[in-house]
Design a protein around this ligand. Structure first.
Ligand code: PGA
Length: 258
């Protein structure tokens, strides 16, 4: 059994301009102690326009929070108006990139094939992907949740080396729990995260499945973080709404104290 250090990530989505972002990260850093960073890894994923500002704050104040992005394009460069490449993110010292978030899949029609190309591009630039998977409420009610998640994993991880898979992060985010205030029960979240790990075993082998970090996402809050995080196969949280306020996000990061 490998010890997996928890990773708590804040996905800000399209919130906070760069002034608000700087203030949020500074306030957050005042609330976190070195014990917190020893207990878990923390990342923030602001909108693209804030990355450079947040990079400067984190580096100049020596704040051990990893800089993350929410998305990237799979190509290196070219005529893709509005897009940002993984090489551009690497230059900003971005460490983690969210891929295949359900909002990207649903609103921007991203396919598993695109998700797969993005993961390859992220690895090529020495960053870590956070691959999001999860089912809709209809799929869950029809008993299709596992089938959906398995396909997302098999297609999303196609052709990616075992070692790389072992070093990445997978976020299980049931779509019906995102931004709804309805959290999966700790038991349901655990059972799906265990299933994700089982899929990783069959795709990439036992040692990859022992080191891959699996986050739960979907209405994580200070009040439910500790119970979710105590589950055997949950190695962290991908937090949306509750990661926007420094105080609330800090309480989630400090889940072990509550
Ligand atoms: P939520 O979002 O915490 O606001 O439900 C989670 C996510 O979309 O990653």
């Amino acid at each position: 059994m490998t010890d997996r250090k928890p990773l708590i990530s804040g996905n800000w989505k399209m919130n906070h301009n760069h002034f608000e972002a700087i203030q949020m990260v500074q306030t957050l850093s005042y609330q976190l102690s070195s014990d917190d960073y020893t207990a878990c890894d923390v990342s923030v994923h602001p909108p693209f326009t804030n990355l450079r500002s947040i990079q400067t704050v984190l580096e100049s104040d020596h704040i051990p929070i990893s800089l993350g992005a929410q998305h990237c394009h799979e190509e290196e460069k070219g005529a893709y108006t509005g897009e940002v490449s993984s090489g551009m993110l690497e230059k900003l010292n971005v460490k983690l990139v969210i891929v295949g978030h359900s909002e990207r899949r649903e609103i921007f029609n991203e396919s598993n094939e695109q998700v797969n190309s993005k993961i390859k591009a992220i690895f090529k630039h020495s960053m870590t992907p956070i691959l999001c998977v999860g089912e809709t409420i209809e799929e869950r009610e029809e008993g299709q949740a596992e089938i959906k998640v398995r396909a997302q994993l098999e297609e999303g991880l196609n052709g990616i080396g075992r070692e790389r898979i072992g070093g990445m992060v997978i976020a299980y985010e049931p779509i019906w729990a995102i931004g709804t205030g309805v959290t999966a029960t700790p038991e349901d979240a655990q059972s799906m995260c265990a299933y994700v790990r089982e899929c990783v075993t069959s795709i990439a082998g036992k040692s990859a499945s022992e080191t891959v970090r699996i986050q739960y996402g979907g209405s994580v809050k200070p009040i439910n973080a500790a119970e979710l995080m105590s589950q055997k196969d949950i190695d962290g949280a991908l937090v949306g709404g509750a990661a926007l306020e420094a105080d609330t996000f800090a309480r989630i990061i400090q889940y072990r104290l509550h």
